[in-house]
Design a protein around this ligand. Structure first.
Ligand SMILES: CC(C)(COP(=O)(O)OP(=O)(O)OC[C@H]1O[C@@H](n2cnc3c(N)ncnc32)[C@H](O)[C@@H]1OP(=O)(O)O)[C@@H](O)C(=O)NCCC(=O)NCCS
Length: 189
């Protein structure tokens, strides 16, 4: 299961080289494979830099076009707008994974705005599963510029809770990422 495999690289790079490698790998795999925070942490380490690559872990499903109504008074992407995009993306992801429409956002951890976006930019939203709980699902999110792959913001933990018909937390019974195509194929067999 490639999603559960972490590959560790022990290398020495200058921050510039590391940035180039980060962009190249993202381009090759067409998904964010190095969490932005790992890049940031290790790019400040002067000598040996260690970071973990999680191939194909984060998938960028949605793209958004930054329009005039998405801007703040500074003319850049409004934080509240991007948070609503993230919340919707996370809930959609959880509904598909947990196969239940009654999913609510319980908690969002620290949000780190790293760069900005301006009108006309295309941004994309990536989601990665951190943990399957009993009634909860913990996700990690990155928003980045589609054209430059520069990280705009990251949210480490978004916790969503699976509810029953009475609106109470209910066990979802899921333990790993599932794909709709595989579910349908299983049903056919
Ligand atoms: C979601 C809600 C039903 C959870 O109720 P609750 O009494 O906190 O439920 P529990 O204590 O049983 O916790 C449920 C799960 O959330 C997790 N959780 C609860 N609070 C948490 C927190 N602050 N941080 C991390 N996880 C938390 C618990 O660990 C548990 O996970 P698990 O079952 O996988 O072990 C309730 O808080 C609620 O209705 N909140 C409003 C949700 C909402 O309207 N969201 C906004 C828009 S969608």
């Amino acid at each position: 299961m490639i999603d559960e495999v972490s590959i560790y690289f022990f290398i020495e790079f200058s921050p510039k080289e590391l940035r180039k490698l980060y962009l190249k790998l993202n381009k090759v795999f067409q998904s964010a494979i190095i969490p932005a925070k790992a890049y940031k942490a290790f790019s400040t380490w002067r000598f040996a830099r260690t970071f973990a690559l999680k191939p194909f872990a984060m998938r960028f499903h949605s793209r958004k076009w930054v329009k005039p109504e998405d801007l703040n008074a500074n003319g850049t992407l409004f934080g509240g707008r991007v948070l609503s995009w993230i919340d919707e993306e996370a809930v959609i992801y959880a509904i598909i994974q947990l196969e239940n429409k009654r999913v609510v956002t319980k908690y969002m951890s620290e949000i780190n705005f790293m760069s900005s976006a301006v009108e006309g930019d295309i941004v994309e939203l990536g989601i990665e599963v951190v943990k399957f709980g009993k009634s909860s699902l913990t996700l990690n999110c990155e928003v980045r510029n589609k054209m430059t792959l520069e990280t705009i913001l990251t949210v480490d933990n978004i916790i969503l809770v699976n509810l029953d018909e009475n609106g109470k937390p209910a066990p979802h019974g899921k333990t790993k990422i599932e794909y709709v195509e595989e579910r349908l194929a299983d049903k056919e067999n």
